[in-house]
Design a binder for this molecule. Structure first.
Ligand code: DAH
Length: 350
């Protein structure tokens, strides 16, 4: 084999053995560099007789081109291999299943709240909403519970360090009863006018919402939920309260197998007043009387404070614990579970 062919083979072999661009550059230097074999051969041309120079020079050039071609081929191969390695290292395994985003759900209190709105809505009750920071007038005085009245101590109220328009400290409403006054006052004119025209007119509303008291144990939370109910008209009686509340309970608890008891009580804004107890005749809670609501015939002074004539407007009100209703409906024994935000508890209501 010709010396040049051997050289080209040696170069190809050297390039092929070069596993990295740096090694390849070293190999290149051995053949094509300043002190490389090709350069040396070129220098050797000088000592040849003129007649041989041309052919020898052409042969060396050919060998040089072959080596250069081999070099560039190897460079490309190394670059391609490097790219492939990089792609492999940065690869995203699209076959990995994605992390499941669990389906959210409504909080049990929200579920109970929505049920209550839906049931009373079906009985013709409007739904009203009002402020949680309330004035003394709406929380107490208008509800026939004036300053220094002993009934004020029935609720251990949070006060705000700021006075309202009535000059009294504002409070975090301890019950939803202020909404009776707010709603009725806002609609009093319309109803009085309707009655004056000889039309029938009644006020029928529920007001669910957050309420606050200085209380904290297994059955009391400083923040809790109530739903206020108010039905005033020309002829709304205690009997209507009984029927309305019984129908509500049957719908809410999805059973006809329950009875109510109206236990005499005292509230400044109603006369007579009653606590409403429910007893299930079957199921896990069967046999026990369970308190769910305060209620009564709206006191004439409260009707007056609404801007209505108590000779024309009579009716009932009630204030029920939404949390209590939810505990009974969902069989929850500790109220605090509702407010701890434990996903293991909450996800059971999805
Ligand atoms: N506001 C009372 C409470 O929180 C509950 C109540 C009792 C509301 C009688 C009423 C009612 O509307 O008529 O203890």
């Amino acid at each position: 084999m010709d010396e040049l062919d051997t050289l080209v083979d040696a170069a190809r072999d050297g390039f092929a053995r070069s596993a990295s661009p740096a090694e390849l550059e070293n190999a290149k230097a051995r053949f094509l560099g300043k002190a490389g074999r090709i350069t040396e051969l070129m220098k050797g041309l000088a000592s040849l007789p003129t007649g041989e120079k041309k052919a020898r020079g052409a042969a060396i050039n050919q060998a040089k081109q072959a080596i250069e071609a081999a070099l560039s081929e190897r460079r490309q191969a190394l670059a391609a291999a490097q790219l492939e390695a990089q792609l492999a290292a940065e690869a995203i395994d699209v076959s990995l299943p994605g992390r499941q985003r669990g389906l959210g759900g409504l909080h049990p209190i929200s579920l109970a709240w929505e049920r209550i709105e839906q049931i009373f809505g079906s009985m013709g009750f409007d739904v009203a909403d009002g402020p949680e920071i309330e004035s003394d007038w709406f929380s107490f005085t208008a509800l026939n519970n004036p300053p220094n009245h002993p009934a004020r101590s029935m609720q251990d109220t949070f006060y705000v360090d700021m006075k309202g328009e009535d000059g009294q400290f504002l409070n975090l409403r301890p019950h939803t009863s202020p909404m009776q006054i707010r709603y009725a006052t806002a609609h009093a004119r319309r109803h009085a006018d309707a009655l004056a025209r000889g039309e029938t007119s009644d006020i029928r509303v529920i007001a669910p919402g957050r309420t606050y008291r200085v209380d904290n144990d297994a059955t009391h939370s400083p923040m809790f939920h109530q739903v206020e109910g108010l039905w005033l008209g020309e002829n709304v009686s205690f009997k209507d309260l009984k029927v309305t509340y019984l129908n509500f309970c049957k719908a809410f608890f999805e059973t006809d197998d329950l009875v109510l008891r109206f236990r005499p009580s005292y509230f400044p804004f109603t006369e007579p007043s009653a606590e409403i107890d429910v007893r299930f005749q079957s199921g896990p809670l069967a046999g026990k009387w369970l308190e769910v609501s305060g209620s009564g015939q709206v006191h004439p002074q409260v009707v007056r404070n609404m801007g209505l004539d108590p000779e024309r407007f009579i009716g009932f009100a009630f204030g029920s614990g939404i949390d209590r209703l939810a505990m009974l409906r969902y069989g929850v024994s500790d109220l605090r579970l509702f407010f701890e935000g434990d996903i293991r508890f909450l996800s059971q209501f999805r």
